[in-house]
Design a protein around this ligand. Structure first.
Ligand code: PLP
Length: 381
C-alpha cells in the first residue's frame, strides 16, 4: 500500500555542515554568527528595517503585542480561524481578542467584518495569511489608518508569498514568521519578528534579551548593561540558527515546487467537479501564493471523520484545521465575538488539508486527488 505523509519537513542537505560550524565556533547561545547571517538574509528577502530571529512565531507575536503596549481593557480584532498563538499573545497582555469572521474562498479575515467591531478600546487588527495567501492588506490598512489603530501580520504560513509584488509580511509595521517543522522553511522550532518600522527596533532588541540593553552594550552604545524594560528570552540558540541558515536560501525553489503541486491539485478538483466540494479561491492578480496548504471544503461536516478515516485506510494522511477559537474553551473565557462567526463555523467544520510538502510530485498529487474523489463517492452513499 502507498504511504503518503501529510507533511515532510524540508531538509536541504547542508544542515549538518552549518551546525558543525556553529559547534566549532564554541558560541552556542543566541545572537551569534548564524543568527546574524539569518537576520541579514531575512532583511534582504523582506527589504525590512530589521529581522529578529526568535525561537518561535509565538514568541514573535508576543513581542509584537509587547511593542504595542497592550494592556487590560484593550481589544484586538483577529480571525477566529487561526492558531491559538495569535490570540494568546493578546490574552497574555491582559487584553481581549475580538473574533471576526472569514471569507469562505480564502479563509482570511473578511475586511468587511472589521469596521463594525472597532470601538474606542480597539488597539490593533491581527491579520493571518491563511495557507500563505495574503489577506486584502490595502483594504485592512486603510480601515486601520482611518481609525488610528495598528496592524500586525501573523505571517507564520506566508514565507515566500507576495502581495502586490512585495513579500507578505511587509504590509504592516510588525509581522511574525514561523519556521516550525510544518512550515515551508524550517528549523524544527523557530520564528522571526519582521520589523518594517524602525521605531520598534531598539525596544524589540531589549524585549528579546530579557529586558536588558545587552545589544546596545555589545554594540558599544551603552557602557554597561542592565534591566531597562519588560522582556523575556525569545532568542533561538545558534544551533537552531545554523540549521535555519541552510534553509532560507531555498525559499524560491520550495515556493515554486509547492505552487506547482497546489495548482495541480486545484485543476484536478476543478475537472472532477464533485458536487458541493469547495475549492480554495483562484489566485488573484494581487498575490503570489507559496503553496503552504492545499485544502478542500467537503460537502458536509458530518462525513468529515469518515472521509479522513477512509483516506487513512488508503495510506494517505489528511487532516482538518482549526477548531475555531471563538467557540473553544479558552476563546469563550478570554475573547469576545460580538457578531458571531457563522462562515468560520461552517467552513472550519468541512475543511480538510491534503498532503503537501516541498518535493511532492505530480504523480502523488494525482494519486491523492483520485483517492479523494473515490472516497467522496464512497461516503456519499
Ligand atoms: C504555525 C502557526 C503559528 C505558531 O508558530 P510557532 O512557530 O509554532 O510558534 C502561529 N500562527 C499561525 C497562523 C500558524 O500557522
Amino acid at each position: 500500500m502507498v504511504e503518503i505523509p501529510f507533511n515532510k519537513p524540508l531538509i536541504t542537505g547542508s544542515e549538518l555542515e552549518t551546525i558543525s560550524d556553529a559547534i566549532a565556533r564554541l558560541d552556542l547561545s543566541g545572537d551569534g554568527h548564524f543568527t546574524g547571517l539569518c537576520e541579514k538574509m531575512l532583511q534582504r528577502h523582506f527589504s525590512c528595517s530589521k529581522a529578529f530571529l526568535t525561537h518561535s512565531c509565538t514568541a514573535a507575536l508576543e513581542m509584537a503585542m509587547l511593542l504595542l503596549d497592550l494592556g487590560p481593557g484593550d481589544e484586538v480584532i483577529m480571525p477566529s480561524f487561526t492558531f491559538t498563538s495569535t490570540a494568546n499573545a493578546v490574552v497574555l497582555r491582559g487584553a481581549t481578542p475580538i473574533f471576526a469572521d472569514v471569507e469562505p474562498g480564502t479563509m482570511n479575515i473578511d475586511a468587511e467584518k472589521i469596521e463594525p467591531l472597532i470601538n474606542p478600546a480597539t488597539k490593533a487588527i491581527m491579520v493571518v495569511h491563511y495557507a500563505g495567501r495574503p489577506a486584502d492588506m490595502d483594504k485592512i490598512n486603510s480601515i486601520a489608518a482611518a481609525n488610528g489603530i495598528a496592524v500586525v501580520e501573523d505571517a507564520a504560513q506566508a514565507m515566500g508569498s507576495t502581495y502586490k509584488g512585495k513579500p507578505a509580511g511587509t504590509q504592516s509595521p510588525l509581522s511574525a514568521l514561523s519556521f516550525h517543522e510544518t512550515k515551508n522553511i524550517v528549523s524544527g522550532e523557530g520564528g522571526a519578528l519582521i520589523v518594517n518600522d524602525p521605531r520598534y527596533e531598539d525596544r524589540a532588541a531589549i524585549l528579546r534579551e530579557k529586558g536588558t540593553n545587552r545589544q546596545s552594550f555589545l554594540q558599544g552604545r551603552a557602557d554597561k548593561y542592565s534591566w531597562v524594560d519588560l522582556g523575556s528570552s525569545y532568542l533561538p540558540s545558534e544551533l537552531v540558527a545554523a540549521f535555519l541558515y541552510s534553509q532560507i536560501g531555498a525559499t524560491a525553489k520550495v515556493t515554486t515546487s509547492r505552487l506547482a503541486a497546489w495548482g495541480r491539485y486545484r485543476s484536478n478538483f476543478q475537472s472532477a467537479a464533485f458536487p458541493g466540494l469547495g475549492l480554495p479561491e483562484q489566485v488573484s492578480e494581487d498575490a503570489v501564493l507559496n503553496g503552504h496548504i492545499f485544502h478542500l471544503l467537503l460537502p458536509n461536516a458530518e462525513r468529515r471523520p469518515a472521509f479522513l478515516e477512509a483516506m487513512k485506510t488508503r495510506g494517505i494522511q489528511c487532516t482538518f484545521h482549526y477548531v475555531p477559537l471563538h467557540s473553544s474553551p479558552a476563546g469563550l473565557k478570554f475573547g469576545k465575538t460580538p457578531h458571531g462567526c457563522p462562515i468560520t463555523e461552517d467552513t472550519a467544520s468541512r475543511l480538510v488539508r491534503l498532503p503537501m510538502f516541498f518535493d511532492i510530485d505530480a504523480q502523488t498529487v494525482d494519486l491523492v486527488s483520485a483517492a479523494v474523489v473515490d472516497v467522496l463517492n464512497e461516503i456519499a452513499k
